[in-house]
Every structure is written in C-alpha cells, then in structure tokens.
Design a protein around this ligand. Structure first.
Ligand code: G3P
Length: 224
C-alpha cells in the first residue's frame, strides 16, 4: 500500500516526505482554503508541491461543466508532469474524464461513494478512484464497507481499454480519519490511502513502542 498526504500545506509535505513515507499528495478546495490559499496563487502553489514530491499530486478542478473541467484540467496538467487532475464523480465529470484521458491526462475521480460510481469512473478512464470513508461515518454509515466493495468490484474487471496507456486503476482510500481506517483499507487491498498528517503521525505511534523505548533508555543509564 502507498500513502499520499492529504494536504496543501507545504511544511507538512516537506516533513512527511523527509520520512520517506509519502508517494504523492492530494489536495482539494477545502484543504487549499485551509492554508489561506488564494485563487491567483493556486497554480504556483501546485507547482511548489510538485517540486517537493516525487509522485502524483492531485489538483482539483472546481468547474461544473465538462468543457470547463477539461480546460481547467489541461491547464493544471501543464503545471508539472506529476499533476493528476481531480474531478468530481458526476455526469459532467465523467464526460470531462473521458476527454482528459484521451489527452493522456491522469484523472483522480473524487467524491466517490458507491460501487456504481466507481465502475462508471473506471469506464470513463479515471487513473485513480477516491472513495471517501470518514464522510460516510459522519452520517452513521459504514465507509470502510464501501471501500471494500469498490476494491472488490473493480478487481472483477479489466478496464485497461478505458485507461491511459492501459494503466491499472488504483483505488485511493480518502477521507481517512484514523490509523484503524488505514489498517482496514490495507487488509481490503486498497492501493493507496491518502491521509492527513495527523493520521500519518498516529500510524507511527504505539504505546508499547513508547514503553519499550522508555525502559531501554532507563536501562542504558545504568551502563553509563
Ligand atoms: O481528499 C479528500 C478527502 O480526503 C477529504 O477528507 O476528512 O474532509 O472528509 P475529509
């Protein structure tokens, strides 16, 4: 399983990249707003992220109509070779994904909440499909079960005719809120988990590691 960092914060990206932990970054309009980003600086900011990370960087189109999404997507893709265009799962998004894929632009279909949505995204030519976990949990539903179903359903078929250069579609478990989510997604065979830095830090921690380290340090004092 690979990990992407779900953030637009350059310091967080730099820090996580230094751990050798992340293979890419995902951003969205909320994450960009959260760091005080401005529209006029958006493309520059994505460029800076692309320079920090040796892997795919998802940048989202906020257009609602297919031609506008395609135009946006082509502009975003021109920023750097590792840009992936994030497109919402909706009819206009599917049409735009088909066209972007025809231009050789990798698309991450986002806001995906069901197997039928994921299958349509795959048929449209998406390179990545992002089912959201936490937002299902927020409405007292089971987000992990949806990821499991999506991984299983996509695994039943060959989508290589739809994707750019016949590349395999990868499932990005998104809206990940805990290390438990990561464990479960790994067991289900999700290809990637995109995680906030807080979850990445939790993934490193274990109380037995802390206790073991403390006792090793104490015992080491005895040999001084
Ligand atoms: O990248 C999109 C996704 O990870 C959003 O997460 O926590 O806002 O539902 P969240």
């Amino acid at each position: 399983m690979k990990f992407f960092l779900d953030t637009a914060d350059l310091a967080e990206i730099e820090e996580a990249a230094s751990w050798g932990a992340i293979a890419g970054v995902t951003t969205n309009p909320t994450l960009y707003a959260k760091i005080g980003g401005k529209l006029s600086d958006f493309h520059n900011h994505i460029k800076r992220i692309c320079e920090l990370v040796d892997g795919p960087v998802s940048a989202e189109s906020v257009a609602m109509e297919r031609n506008e999404i395609v135009r946006d997507g082509l502009e975003l893709a021109a920023i750097a070779p590792n840009v992936v265009v994030k497109v919402p799962t909706m009819v206009e998004g599917l049409a735009a994904t088909k066209e972007l894929a025809a231009h050789g632009v990798p698309v991450n279909m986002t806001l995906c909440f069901s197997v039928p949505q994921a299958l349509l995204a795959a048929r449209a030519g998406a390179r990545y499909i992002s089912p959201f976990i936490g937002r299902f949990d927020d409405i007292s539903d089971d987000g992990l079960a949806q990821v499991e179903s999506i991984v299983e359903a996509l695994g039943n078929y060959d989508f290589s005719e739809s994707t750019v250069n016949g590349e395999r579609i990868e499932v990005i478990a998104a809206s990940v809120r805990s290390a438990h989510h990561v464990t479960q997604c790994a067991l289900m065979g999700a290809d990637i988990a995109t995680v906030p830095v807080g979850v990445l830090k939790k993934m490193v921690q274990h109380p037995l590691t802390d206790a073991g380290l403390e006792s090793f340090m104490k015992d080491w004092e005895k040999v001084q």
